[in-house]
Design a protein around this ligand. Sequence first.
Ligand code: GZL
Length: 327
Amino acid sequence: MSKRAVAAAALAGALVLGLTACSSGSGSADGKKSDGKLTIGFAQVGAESGWRTANTKSIQDAAKKAGVTLKFSDAQQKQENQIKAIRSFIQQKVDVIAFSPVVESGWDTVLKEAKNAHIPVILTDRAVDSKDESLYVSFLGSDFVEEGKKAGDWLVKEYAAASGDVNIVQLEGTTGSAPANDRKSGFADAIKGDPKFKVVASQTGDFTRAKGKEVMQAFLKSQPKIDVLYAHNDDMALGAIQAIEEAGKKPGTDIKIVSVDGVKDAFTAMSQGKINFDVECNPLLGDQLMELAKKVKAGESVERRIKTEEGTFTPEQATAALPNRQY
Ligand code: GZL
């Protein structure tokens, strides 16, 4: 066969292969993938913090590794955008919907639409306050009350010998979100036994560095004496550190800081003595989510509540962990 004929045959073969590959994923008439591949629609909160970025990467990497088709949306911390994304996933007839609810309330209507479309829902990271437990099959994420308690327990130990008032300012997470509500209540429970601990100011910094800095600047102006900052996440703590330093004070010394998440930038601040204690909140939920979604699609029973493993870090522990910290 001439060279030209061989080349023509090879090109024809490649074209056929290509078309076959494209058509095999098209699925049945209703648009639902029928090639056995799992398709997940994931509605992410946003990209507000180092924790969220690590969480998104974990989910995207895990989907690739598991051969899962991931339809991903970033809601820019707006509930209406998450609801729109969930409705779009219902229209696209995905196999499973997963999301991290930006706030606890206001989900029943759209989750009932998913239920009526026979699309199972998995909650990751944050919870909803719906009374109707049939609206989701499982909740994979941290125990935020426990995280707040760990922060408070550390403070009680740290100030065991102190006699005078310990004035605390609190940077809260996104208003109405499960981590903000629960980290606040867990912390309050841990310190309520000793009247010397006084939360003299508490305001949302919306989990961002910029807002955390802005609110800390206001605290520094309005509060005559601040001994401790309790930040519901590291990004707000890092923003607050900038404000404290610009006010001529030493974070970690003049104002002690206890935070939550355990991201790399916070560990760097801890190694510099600027944050005194960090309660880990594990963002690496991707692999567990893929396994869970595969079981759900296969009709297997799954646990209603799956809590993530996480620890706490002193400056020494954070410094030692820094070189290998993934996020
Ligand atoms: C907690 C997560 C929180 C993090 C913040 O699981 O929802 O949202 O603590 C993030 O950093 O913005």
